[in-house]
Each structure stands twice: as C-alpha cells, then as structure tokens.
Design a protein around this ligand. Sequence first.
Ligand code: FE2
Ligand code: FE2
Length: 298
Amino acid sequence: MDSTTDIDAAANELLKGIDIPPQPAILLTIAQEKKNEYPNIKKIAAEISKDVALSAAMLRAANSPAFGVRNKISSISNAVMSLGLNVVFSLVTALCLRNAMPGKGKQRFERFWDTAADSALACSFLAGRFKVMNPDQAYMLGLFHDCGIVLMMHKFSNYMDILKEGNASTEELLTAIEDRACGTNHAVIGYLVARSWFLPQDIRDTILRHHDETVFTKLEDRALAQEVGLLTLAEHCCHSYHRQSEDLIWSRTGNTIVEMLDITEPKLPPIRRRRPHKKYDISGCELKAVSQDKQKCF
Ligand SMILES: [Fe+2]
Ligand SMILES: [Fe+2]
C-alpha cells in the first residue's frame, strides 16, 4: 500500500478497531483566526479560558523568562498577544494532542510525549536552519509523526514487545515489524490522525512515509524526501543526544540526507570540533540550540 488514496479507501481496515480522536474545536477556532488580517484575540482567549490546563500553560509560557516580559501577565488575552498566534497554536496543539490520546497519567506515555516535544522542537529548529519547510509546520510534523504508537500501545496488549523488537532490530524497520504483528503500523495510524486533525497534506504524507527508505532512492517527490529527511535528521539528533546510539533508519539513509539537505561544515561549524570521530553527528550543537528554543517556547 503506497498511495494516500489507497490508504483513505482502506482506512477502516487499516485502523484495526483503533479509535482516531477528532480535532478539538479550539484548534479550528485558532486556525481560522490565524488566517484573518485582524485575528480576534478575545475570541481565542475565551476558548482557551474554558480549559484550566490550557490557561495555566498559556500563562506559564507567557511569563517564562525567555519572553522577557517585565510585568507579570495574568490575563489570557495578554498572554495570547505576548506569545503570538503561532506559538499559541503550537502550544494548544501539543496539549490537545496529549489530552486526546489514551493513557493519561501513565509514566511511559508521559515519557513518550516528552520525546515528541523534543522531536517537534528539533524539527522546527532544523527546518529554519535548512529552509526545508516552515518551522511551525515542522513543529507539527515532529509532534504528530509517532502519535500512532500511543494508539497502538493502547490497542495491542503485546505492543511494548513489538516496540522493543523494533528498537533493537538492526535489519527490520519498526513499521515492518508492526505490519507483521498487528496488520497495520504507526505511520499509517499517524497519517489518519493527522488527516482527522486537518494537518496539511504534505505533513500527512511525510508522517505516512517517515520510515520508508524508498522516498530517498526513488526520489519521485523531492519535497517529500526533504521533509522525511528533515524529520529523520531531527530524530537522529534526539536519539544521539538522549541515548548516544545510532538509529536504524539514520544508519541506512543518513548519508543521503546529509547530501540532500546540503549539511556542510560552514553551516554547522562546531560539529567536527566536538565529535571529530563522527563526521555528521550534529547532536551536540543542535540539541544545545534546541533546548534554548525550548526555554523560549515553553
Ligand atoms: Fe519517531
Ligand atoms: Fe516512527
């Protein structure tokens, strides 16, 4: 199955009884207001105020030192104005996605969402650096790309074993192992969530193909290859930073991605100084920058 039309047609079969959460109304409101020349901040603030957790997150972000606000912000309207609609949209999406998924409060899921937030920030940072796509869109890509894992974990009681097998495998990609064991995989489920949340088509396609090496070899769609490459690079940075280990997809596609994104020494000067034995390991310098961004956004 390799075309999105086929996926759409066979969605029910591919879902295997997994419930895809619908997009929360608040995201639609913010997305619509973002398009307006004069967005209605009061309307957005009123929607956010209905949710205590969202309101608290908004105030926390607006009052964080990274935004350099002199006087304490205590109203949601002021917080929205201070953060800007792009940051507000990213923040609300991240919290809504987390809340819409099953398994609240379970430690392993908490860790999963922390990792997703790191991927999102890394994607956004690298998108700006390599001009592959809009950083805000890249943030969404990083945040959503593995959300199918949470739904599969909830649905299949043996999914943790499948995940472990996928992480340990040096030959088979996780999606192939999932297909064999569950008849579907997290990239397909993630695609269907992204469709249900009205993410742009290129992000949906990138999520669907994010473990598919043929996007680099066939190169039938260069934009798609670049977005998959960006995500793979962001994931590689997070992997290296947290676990100090190579991931299978990077070991197979890393050289192609480095070439395709034109990752050259002048663009990333600290790499060789920090890790002379690893030519393209950019984890040190990128993640340092990402964590600075993190402080800025959250
Ligand atoms: Fe991932
Ligand atoms: Fe994945």
